[in-house]
Design a protein around this ligand. Sequence first.
Ligand SMILES: [Zn+2]
Length: 429
Amino acid sequence: MHVYHAGGVIHTPVQNDFEIYENAYICVEEDGRVNGIYSVLPKSMMHFPVTDFGDQILIPAFTDGHIHSAQLPNAGLGYDMPFSKWLGELTYPSERRYREKEVYAAVNRQLIMDFWKYGIMHGAIMSSTDYGATENLFEQYLDSGMCALIGKMNSDLPAYGAAAESTEASIRETELLISKYANKNPCVNYALSPEFVPTCSDALMEFLGDAARKHQLPVITHAAEGTEDVEMVRKRFPQLQTYGNVLKHFGLFGGHPAAAVHYNMAEPEELLDMAELGVIYVQCPNSGMDMGTEKLMIMRKAMNYGVPCALGSDIAGGHTCNMFRVMVSAMQLSRITALYEPFESLKTAEVFYMATKGGGKLFGKTGSFETGYFFDALVLDDGMISPFKAESLRERFERILYAADPACITLRFCKGKRIRAPKNRYTKN
Ligand SMILES: [Zn+2]
């Protein structure tokens, strides 16, 4: 048993409120799972040595529910361009460069370093359509001690540009990656990653639906970002009409973990389906605002339908994977939209839940300190943020959420093990 003491332990077992412990102990079993949080250490635990974090605050580590590894070099670039120019001048060239070994090895390394820096112990990563880049990301991740869902992007039809790959190559390479990496490691698994319905042929979606069912693999896809792609889907599938119906038809929603990213144009029936099937809705607030997306999903609306919600960075649609910034953007976006939409803005606890337990649902028992959850944790020192003393732990944490930078994270744990800074160069030993 490992016993930790902290000035504060904060988590969100339920979506709408913090559970806060002052001067508490958290006990972690040898297998990395939380035994319990205690204000007074039980007698049965007293003989274990205590690791004391002093006045620092312990929180669950973050989950980034959606990021494009190939796009990392473009984070922060071109957000004053029209969308088509941004795709043509930044996104597509970046994906082409990501096919070169030296480039993808360095970019993947940087992603792991960034996730470590920002306390993201779980990340759902959509790679490019390139086999080698995706394989390299798996290999690097397997040595990191951190957890990820990684998928080669599937995209065999043209939508805004030329088709990125052939149907045959897409299926063959995905099968190969599944056989190498699916369900083989407790931390790193394969996620089927169709780019979005308009760029996936029927044959490809059939294959992916079969693979999801056969291997019980998660599916992560973009959906209904704006009127243009919604119209493409409606025209191509006149009987099915919506993304939700198409994804259900091909077995990509339901029966296995699934997440839909953006889904700004979701119809009420689609939200009802997501709630019923447990499909996680991943909002990427920075991406929506950086891209000037025409209509952003109101998170409260999705929540009111009972849809499980998470947050993502969507680099390079979004400019950063700093989850503190992503949470603040979600808060700000909801405050602004609440001015002209009949929905209540989000609570701090709700965005924190989405960045921890909400996104963690894609992975299993992570994002909370409830008994049986993995001890995936960050130790935070807020001493450097403000000279003004906050009245309560809750206030200290609210300030951390808004003003923290990565330097406030002093320690990181994943599945009960301390994760040290990755070296900036990957060498397979
Ligand atoms: Zn995306």
